[in-house]
Design a protein around this ligand. Structure first.
Ligand code: SAH
Ligand code: MG
Length: 212
């Protein structure tokens, strides 16, 4: 299973933090999960790079990809930090705003109608979310506070048989921050998941039981 060539081209052209190899693994997980007939859920839209892949899989299966972001950027994307991009600052208010870039990315790829964009904080969205989802992709804030809230907020909405995908999992602290790794360990320790694939820092786990 692979994304359409035009989706891949849009992905390669999009701003963001998802390498191709991991993107292809994400797509595979999304295509598999979409067969459950439930929405695919992403935390951390940024400029829509990974969202394109979820949207492509959602289109194939006739489901919707839901993507949540306040669009103000994570800690490490703020001015003065390593991953800051001045071209995504709203000059009028002086804060990051990745929503316009995201919308352009999605529009150019012809995938707008397969995506529901939720603009706001992930825990607040999770708290009002009513139904089950077939995939939870966690790629939002990388502090323990944010990663834990994403896990605790969204995993209860994940259907049994659905997939939990976590990005930026680095077992060795020398390679990166540990918060995504800690929620990955927590998922495995819960006994409710089995790992189905690992591609660089992207981990895919299947929910096997209702207990958490
Ligand atoms: N998936 C993207 C990268 C996401 S970067 C890609 O493929 O390129 C992480 C994003 O998470 C940022 O855009 C940031 O605004 C968002 N974010 C961080 N903490 C958040 C929170 N608590 N709620 C919603 N969005 C959050
Ligand atoms: Mg990431």
């Amino acid at each position: 299973m692979a994304p359409k060539p035009e989706t891949l081209a849009a992905f390669e052209a999009a701003k963001g933090f998802m390498p191709l190899r991991e993107g292809l693994a994400l797509y595979e997980a999304a295509a598999e999960a979409a067969a459950l007939g439930l929405p695919l859920l992403e935390v951390g839209t940024y400029c829509g790079r990974s969202t394109l892949l979820l949207a492509d899989a959602a289109r194939e299966a006739g489901v919707v990809a839901v993507t949540v972001d306040h669009h103000r950027g994570s800690e490490e994307q703020q001015p003065g930090w390593e991953y800051h991009d001045p071209s995504v600052v709203d000059p009028e208010i002086g804060l990051m705003d990745t929503l316009p870039t995201f919308r352009r990315t999605l529009h150019k790829a012809g995938l707008e109608e397969h995506v529901l964009a939720v603009v706001g904080r992930s825990p607040q969205a999770a708290a009002v979310w009513g139904g089950s989802v077939g995939l939870v992709f966690i790629d939002g804030g990388h502090t323990d506070e944010h990663a834990t809230a994403d896990y605790e907020g969204w995993v209860p909405h994940l259907a049994v048989g659905g997939l939990l995908v976590i990005h930026d999992v680095f077992p060795d602290p020398a390679d990166g921050g540990q918060a995504p790794y800690r929620i990955y360990c927590r998922a495995l320790a819960s006994g409710a998941f089995t790992e189905t694939s690992a591609t660089d820092s992207l981990r895919v786990l299947r929910r096997t039981t209702t207990g958490l």
